[in-house]
Design a protein around this ligand. Structure first.
Ligand SMILES: *Cc1c(COP(=O)(O)O)cnc(C)c1O
Length: 230
């Protein structure tokens, strides 16, 4: 079942890349495996998936312990500062840095391990009350504040677009994040590179790719609906 769904997602990613005149290699598929049991992740692993996204620290570390070590784990959910220490040496990329306090904590914990941790800045492009992330106009001042950090490396921006019936409704959100990344590049801020754009989920990843996404975070489209009741 995962096999067929994965193939369908792959086909849609390739088609979107083609429509946008982009290379398939420029878009990384992150399999969002939150709530799914390790057996299911192993199934995806056996089909070639090596990048998994999780949104809870405890769930990520539990899966990390038992699954193969060549998996790249991405923290995509809201991260509390007191939990950074549990994942700092386990994740390749933190997508959800949204405050100075969190960036400082990542800096401190990464230093303890002698690491330079790659991060994305979460941006609440649509300014939804219910969502985390900096507002668009806060991003450049924030980057200037953290550009002196030596154990944190900014690699790009992330957004969670609103839930909409028609993915086209989110096109301008993705275009706005892309535009912000271009503006940031022009500023040439030390230690800041924003070549990664993490945007697009099951309902809208094709539109996101057309607007420049370099990482798409797909859960339901690969693994089916999540059951939060269990
Ligand atoms: C759950 C989640 C996703 C995946 O959502 P789907 O709609 O199942 O593809 C992507 N990004 C984040 C931050 C998530 O929490």
């Amino acid at each position: 079942m995962i096999k067929d769904q994965l193939r369908e997602v792959e086909e849609k990613i390739s088609a979107a890349c083609q429509r946008a005149g982009r290379n398939r290699e420029d878009v990384t598929l992150i399999a969002v495996s939150k709530t799914k049991p390790v057996e299911t992740l192993k199934e995806a692993y056996d089909l070639g998936i090596r990048v998994f996204g999780e949104n809870k620290v405890q769930e990520l570390t539990q899966k990390y312990e038992v699954l193969p070590k060549d998996i790249h784990w991405h923290m995509i959910g809201h991260l509390q500062t007191n939990k950074v220490k549990y994942i700092i040496d386990k994740v390749d990329l933190i997508h959800s840095v949204d405050s100075l306090k969190l960036a400082q904590t990542v800096e401190k914990e990464a230093a303890k391990h002698g690491l330079v941790k790659d991060i994305l800045i979460e941006v609440n492009v649509a300014e939804e009350e219910s969502k985390f992330g900096l507002r668009m106009e806060e991003v450049i001042p924030f980057l200037e504040q953290i550009s002196g950090f030596s154990h944190v490396r900014v690699r790009g921006l992330m957004t969670i677009a609103p839930f909409v019936e028609n993915a086209e409704e989110n096109r301008s959100i993705f275009a706005d994040l892309h535009k912000l990344s271009v503006d940031i590049e022009k500023k040439n801020i030390d230690n800041v590179n924003v070549s990664i754009l993490s945007m697009g989920m099951t309902n809208d990843y094709e539109v996101a790719i057309e607007e420049g996404a370099t990482m798409v975070r797909v859960g339901t489209g690969i693994f089916g609906a999540r059951n939060y009741a269990v």
